[in-house]
Write a protein that binds this ligand. Structure first.
Ligand code: SF4
Ligand code: SF4
Length: 370
């Protein structure tokens, strides 16, 4: 366990499945050098098989007695799919644009497919996924080379590429399949929670670019952070598949209010909900019902009193208030180790000491988006 833990909260009610986060991550970290098929951040449609295909059924994590469960390493071609490109040059010749390999699977293969029959009871919702930087990472436990470590200062889980020999036990061991094999260098690689950005007081690229403003980032022990309030104070954010036993640190506000169903005559079935309760329980555990009740009662309270801290947090009026990071925290750690702290990229990031809100998204006074 690390001394402090950074965490992310994602509000699934606000995710529009635009994949901006996916692209922000991919262009920053994984568009080259054997990482082409990797999606450190992916957004999948639920219900669906996800990425890699059927990841929830591939094992890993811990059993009730704390032993690592056996897991399967997904197949590069069948379960991730070979990344393809198009023959753009043929367009100029008036030919049809075609992929350069036969597509068989990919990160958003079953996007928006969902389930049910339109228009009566069909539904889907999006689940963005990154590495959970677990408190009890089974990728780390599975590695026989001690090549995976969890940083004391923020709980970020990283692979020491000098130690990694590409055995891939970590991939079998991670129940979220959020660690990938790089066939070009024969090593495992994963989401680094954008630690070079975090150390400068900037949120991870996926969170900063998120169009729906669904992602909050902060330290769980920072009582002023939105993450702390949503996870610990109000308890409205839950980890995904906590039953895997890795204690994940990405939390989700579950879908709160799905549309009602229609009967055969197209009339509303009062009190119905398109998302089956057992599906939400499978993903977020039985606490999901309490969370949904809490949020619904906050919505009702807000209508009467005009007040609700939970809703204010979730609405996220100010983009800059969604992240509680501070480069001084990391600078001080670097200093204490006799290291040179990475120079901050902008004086604006120097405001505040130890996890105070930094406002670096607006060029004009008064905050605002970017
Ligand atoms: S999500 Fe997987 S790769 Fe990430 S820390 Fe947890 S076990 Fe490791
Ligand atoms: S950028 Fe935000 S809204 Fe868009 S898919 Fe990603 S998490 Fe969802």
């Amino acid at each position: 366990m690390s001394k402090r833990q950074l965490a992310m909260v994602m509000d699934l009610n606000k995710c529009i499945g635009c994949q901006t986060c996916t692209v922000a991550c991919k262009t920053q970290w994984t568009n080259r050098n054997g990482r082409e098929y990797m999606y450190w951040n992916n957004v999948e449609t639920y219900p669906g098989k996800g990425y890699p295909k059927n990841w929830m059924e591939l094992g890993g994590g811990f059993d009730a007695s704390g032993d690592i469960k056996a897991g399967t390493i997904p197949n590069l071609e069948a379960d991730y799919g070979v990344p393809w490109d198009y023959n753009y040059e043929s367009l100029a010749l008036g030919e049809t644009m075609l992929p350069n390999v036969e597509p068989t699977w990919g990160p958003n293969w079953d996007e928006d497919v969902g389930t049910g029959s339109f228009p009566n009871d069909n539904y889907f919702f999006y689940i963005p996924r990154i590495c959970n930087h677990c408190t009890n990472p089974s990728c780390l436990s599975a590695c026989p080379r001690d090549a995976i470590f969890k940083r004391d200062q923020d709980g970020v889980v990283l692979v020491d590429l000098d130690r990694c020999q590409g055995y891939r036990f970590c991939i079998a061991g991670c129940p979220y399949k959020k660690i990938y094999f790089n066939p070009k260098i024969s090593k495992s690689e994963k989401c680094i929670l954008c630690f070079p950005r975090i150390e400068k007081g900037l949120p991870p690229a996926c969170a900063q670019q998120c169009v729906g403003r669904i992602r909050f980032v902060g330290f769980l022990d920072d009582e002023d952070s939105q993450v702390h309030k949503l996870v610990n104070k109000y308890k409205v954010a839950l980890p995904l598949r906590a039953d895997y036993g890795t204690q994940p640190n990405v939390y989700y506000i579950p879908p709160t209010e799905a549309p009602v169903k229609f009967d055969a005559e197209g009339k509303i079935i009062e009190g119905s909900n398109r998302i089956p309760a057992e599906e939400l329980e499978k993903l977020f555990g039985s606490e999901v019902h309490t969370v949904i009740k809490t949020i619904k009662s906050e919505i009702a309270k807000r209508k009467v009193t005009g007040k609700s801290e939970i809703l204010d947090l979730l609405i996220a009026y100010q983009h800059s208030e969604m992240f509680r990071l501070d480069n001084n925290y990391y600078n001080n750690i670097a200093k204490s180790k006799g290291l040179n702290a990475v120079a901050p990229v902008d004086q604006r990031y120097l405001k505040g000491l130890n996890t105070k809100t930094v406002s670096h998204f607006s060029l004009n006074a008064g905050g605002g988006h970017h």
